[in-house]
Design a protein around this ligand. Structure first.
Ligand code: FES
Ligand code: FES
Length: 164
């Protein structure tokens, strides 16, 4: 099957029922997507499919053939000098120190990217809904909420041309 991940096309030889999670990790080496419950509950395997938050453990690779898959690795860009440049949501999570073990963070960050794409100025209920997609076993929810608010502020400032 052919998958498009982070804007790049891959040909993958995997069983039709292979979860996307394991294709990403084992076949493509994209280990930023984390395994957890394996049952579509915890959200640490969350990726974006056509921009929509999707649990990679309960989605087969065959189901998302031909669609645009984004993993945490796909958020980081390169600046003109070839240096890695964090996505504003990644930077906001870093600035807020919104992580302890870090296992949930790729799901948290991608869930936030989807949130801000749909709601540039999210209200508390929208933030709650985005956070409900991903459990944090370390319980650093206060910092995660602060990171989301910071990311929303930065995103709005960039849209308004306040930050280059
Ligand atoms: S590992 Fe996919 S939702 Fe928990
Ligand atoms: S930082 Fe450890 S699970 Fe969230």
């Amino acid at each position: 099957m052919e998958l498009t991940v982070n804007g790049r096309a891959y040909r993958v030889d995997a069983p039709a029922d292979e979860p996307l999670l394991w294709v990403l990790r084992d076949d493509l080496g994209l280990t930023g997507t984390k395994p957890g419950c394996g049952e579509g509950v915890c959200g640490c395997c969350l990726v974006l499919v056509d921009g929509q938050p999707t649990y990679a453990c309960t989605t087969t690779a065959a189901e998302v053939e031909g669609r645009a898959i984004t993993t945490i690795e796909g958020l980081t860009a390169q600046d003109a000098g070839g240096e890695a440049k964090l996505h504003p949501v990644q930077q906001a999570f870093l600035d807020a120190q919104a992580g302890q073990c870090g296992w949930c963070l790729s799901g948290q960050i991608l869930s936030t990217v989807a949130l801000l794409a749909a709601h540039p100025a999210p209200g508390p209920a929208e933030v709650d809904a985005a956070m409900d997609r991903v459990y944090c076993r370390c319980g650093v929810y206060r910092r995660i909420r602060a990171a989301i608010q910071r990311a929303a502020e930065v995103s709005r400032a960039e849209t308004a041309g306040g930050i280059g």
